[in-house]
Design a binder for this molecule. Sequence first.
Ligand code: PEP
Ligand code: MN
Length: 334
Amino acid sequence: MLIVMNANATQGDIDGVVRAVESLGFRPHVMPGATRTAIGVTGNQGAVDLSHFENLPGVGEAIRVTKPYKLITLDLRPERTIVDVGGAKIGDGSLAIIAGPCAVESRKQAFAVADVVQRSGAKFFRGGAFKPRTSPYAFAGLGEEGLKILAEIRDEFDLKIVSEALDETNVDLVEKYADMVQIGARNMQNITLLRRVGRSSLPVLLKRGMAATLEEWLLAAEYVMAEGNYQVVLCERGVRTFAQHTRNTLDLAAVPAVRRISHLPVIVDAAHGTGRSYMVTPLSRAGVAVGADGLMVEVHARPDEALSDGAQSLTLDEYEQMVKEVRAIHKVIA
Ligand code: PEP
Ligand code: MN
């Protein structure tokens, strides 16, 4: 259920509705908007009797939600959500660039990339300390040591740190060192992990599962929000298809499709979305053109020596050039 307050409802009216929802054992999610506040109600198994709320002071209307989602929708929040990552914004109309190596391999390797990322004007640095690898024998990341390097980069370069958590214990560590927690494609439907980051104070970057429908992806975001964390950024990173010329098929139609339903920001990862470095710049340009709030991109000083995802990593020069090109496109469409 969704309770829409009148434009002139007072804080007291809102508090009254919150108490009424809680007294029934449900959870209220208060979403203030430009013209009115809406309150999403979760925790009810069946339909709730709307008459509990309709006559409370300040209530405009109580609406039964027939869609599978409650909190991610434009019905609840018609304005776009702006996600605050340690003071840097995603979804505010600027182009958010999250760049860095697939994995943090060493201090030297990560610092070399961070220097170029900072000079490009990007505000976000990515780097995996915990890597979900297909093979159990592949490099799986430096763990907490990698996060410590990322925290140094945050201090040295004033970049906001985005890093992946594979499990709940990882989340505790990422919270200690980073500014945003990434949930990877392989974990998009790891329900306990989604619930855990839903209770985190960090914003969440939620990648689309490689075989996830739009609805499944949005419901994963709904899991995070239902726990009270409304700071979620969606990341399209390609899905598995029969195509053999790419690692994944980057589904750029997901960007307008998300926009039509949700207030959450959505970004495009053309690195995992193609798996081929020569495609990353053209598809990043396309991602901006299609209206993404930002880009994620993998960068390495020596891609051929990278311990993971070298084939899709841009060199430092290629990255600098890509940023110039995507900024030019963003300027035109913004
Ligand atoms: C990554 O960002 O390095 C990563 C593992 O991405 P995905 O979860 O999209 O495969
Ligand atoms: Mn990667």
